[in-house]
Design a protein around this ligand. Structure first.
Ligand SMILES: Cc1ncc(C[n+]2csc(CCOP(=O)(O)OP(=O)(O)O)c2C)c(N)n1
Length: 574
């Protein structure tokens, strides 16, 4: 075992040294009096020219957690977030619920008000130190983290950090929560020796059960109308190539169910569109064998479901979504494995079992259907080009023309994927299905932090923008040099709330009167002026013909290093 002795005077300093040693590059902080020893330690690192973790001030906790989430999506490595005691933890909670449901690791930490009322360095000396104490601070997040702990004594520092690191990165991944009392952070240390590198490696691929792969392959090969449904098989780039390989091996159509990643190229002949609210996919009802890959909600049983005789295969690291209290999709063949590993194996097995002529016939049939659907979507978008108001499909189509291989889009609601094709793994992320609004803007900042060379675009509803703590996001762009193009699709309402009322009560008062209380977001602010307060480029767009030129101007500003926001007035159109 190789060891290293830390040159640290306090636990706070030793903690940061340990984080650096364990590969944590960014420390996203929203500070309070609990940070005193960390502030001092960072100042010492700066004065001595020591490297990371780099501390970044993030003015709201939701933004800090969403950034750590986006950073993981872009870098594949976790970041550390630290917030102020119980109050900061509660502001961070929505982001942690989101990371938990998305299996994204975050080292979430918070100060803990001083335990002692006098006698120790760091003991209580402000009124908040009494009023901010909780009986159980971590209880607020316990349901949504994989592990929580309080650092009780300097002696356990290395064990506690390593436990946090190993549990958040072990599959299925997720955030962990560590509380750090003020006296413990302030405690003196001398000559603390740690294992370096850490002896707690967790990387280990989840291979599938070969018997289940064979069973699934036989079913898919023999099917008349097999279908694949996925939400997140593209969380790993190998999942994208593996899915293409499998679909081609079996001539199987692919439907994305509320996709949260780029899973399968939209313009691939075997892409059959989407299944999500408002877009029920007609292929679902015809299928006799269905492979569900990393999809918590592959269909909505109350609206449409597969034939009772259809065989259902589920593939995911945790195909049962064990942390969901209730979920009752039929499962004839479970495959608990990483899709990126299992898909090429499944493709190989399907090739072995399938009849080539049958696969060719199926592929031709699916490709014809693909072309038909794509043509209808394109026609819908083009029709909106000449309308007097801007439609969502038209904005998505204009955006499609401008994105290249270096562009990443983070979408919180408005972008209609039927009209914007992505072909590169990691080029598209959507808000996870727990839908804690306010995720998208911060997550886009995190992607930009991980991939500064790429152009990052946040597509947000006007509702999502309000929830995202926008002034914090604009501040972070300027303070930490992370310019984004933000597109606010402003329909001046919470359409999700409105359409849910209309759907549940089709003959009700709201539909009859055309009044939907509690869903209206007028009068809209001049969103384009908010960004100007942060030296950004802002523009309001009201006509379909102005969308593409405005997008070009916004992108040009971002590529010159200036944040930009386009306020696009949109109407939902048939
Ligand atoms: C924290 C939080 N509060 C409330 C909701 C409920 N909710 C879901 S979608 C939505 C409206 C979002 O508005 P917008 O981004 O403008 O999209 P639109 O519904 O208009 O398409 C609301 C309020 C939520 N998901 N999360």
């Amino acid at each position: 075992m190789t060891t290293r002795t830390l040159q640290a005077d306090t636990v706070a300093e030793a903690y940061l040294e340990l984080l650096r040693d364990r590969g944590i590059e960014y420390f996203l902080g929203n500070a309070g009096t609990d940070f005193a020893s960390l502030v001092d330690a960072f100042a010492k690192f700066e004065a001595q020219g020591k490297g990371g973790p780099t501390p970044l001030v993030i003015p709201h906790e939701m933004v800090a957690v969403s950034m750590a989430h986006g950073y993981y999506l872009g870098a594949g490595r976790p970041a550390a977030v630290m917030v102020h005691v119980n109050v900061g933890t509660s502001n961070a909670a929505t982001g942690i619920i989101t990371a938990s449901r998305a299996n994204v690791p975050i080292l979430m930490s918070a100060g803990r008000t001083p335990i002692t009322e006098e006698g120790l360095r760091g003991a209580r000396d402000l009124h908040i130190h009494w009023a901010q104490e909780s009986f159980d601070q971590a209880a607020m997040l316990r349901e949504y983290v994989k592990w929580d702990y309080e650092l009780r004594t300097p002696v356990q520092l290395e064990s506690v950090v390593d436990r946090a690191m190993e549990l958040m990165q072990a599959e299925p991944r997720g955030p962990v929560y560590l509380s750090l009392p003020r006296e413990v952070l302030a405690a003196p240390v001398s000559g603390m020796t740690i294992a370096s590198p850490s002896r707690r490696q967790v990387a280990s691929e989840r291979f599938p059960d070969p018997a289940r792969i064979d069973e699934a392959a036989r079913l898919l090969a023999a099917a008349e109308s097999p279908l694949i449904l996925t939400s997140a098989s593209g969380r790993d780039a190998r999942g994208v190539s593996g899915l293409v390989e499998l679909a081609e091996a079996g001539g199987i159509g692919v439907v994305e169910a509320d996709p949260t990643y780029m899973n399968f190229p939209l313009r691939h002949d075997l892409h059959l569109g989407f299944n999500q609210s408002g877009q029920t996919n007609s292929s679902l009802a015809d299928a006799d064998v269905i492979l569900v890959i990393d999809a918590d909600v592959p269909w909505y049983p109350a609206l449409v479901k597969p034939k009772a005789t259809a065989k259902i295969i589920h593939l995911a690291i945790d195909p049962f979504f064990s942390r969901y209290p209730m979920r009752s999709y039929p499962c004839d063949v479970p495959i608990a494995a990483a899709p990126g590993i299992a898909l090429p194996m499944l493709a190989e097995a399907v090739r072995r079992h399938a009849d080539r002529a049958k696969v060719d016939a199926r592929s031709r049939h699916v490709a014809a259907e693909h072309r038909k659907r794509l043509a209808a979507w394109d026609a819908q978008a083009m029709e909106q080009a000449s309308k007097s108001t801007i439609g969502f499909a038209w904005v998505a189509k204009c955006l499609e023309q401008l994105i290249d291989d270096d562009t990443v889009v983070v979408n919180e609601y408005p972008l209609d994927r039927r009209h914007t094709a992505f072909s590169k793994p990691g080029s598209y992320f959507a808000s996870p299905h727990s839908s804690g609004l306010g995720f998208g803007f911060g997550a886009a900042l995190g992607v930009k932090l991980a991939q500064p060379e790429r152009t990052v675009i946040a597509t947000l509803g006007d509702g999502a923008y309000f929830f995202s703590e926008p002034t914090s996001c604009h501040f972070v762009q300027r303070a930490h040099n992370l310019p984004l193009l933000t597109i606010v699709f402003n329909n001046q309402r919470w359409e999700a709330v409105r359409s849910s009322a209309a759907q549940l009560h089709p003959d009700g008062w709201a539909v009859k009167t055309g009044r939907f209380p509690l869903s209206d977001l007028t009068p809209s602010p001049r969103f384009e002026d908010i960004v100007k307060a942060f030296d950004g480029y802002g523009e309001r767009v009201e006509n379909p013909g102005d969308v593409a030129p405005a997008l070009k101007r916004g992108l040009a500003a971002v590529r010159e290093g200036r944040q930009a926001l386009l306020h696009v007035l949109c109407r939902r159109q048939p």
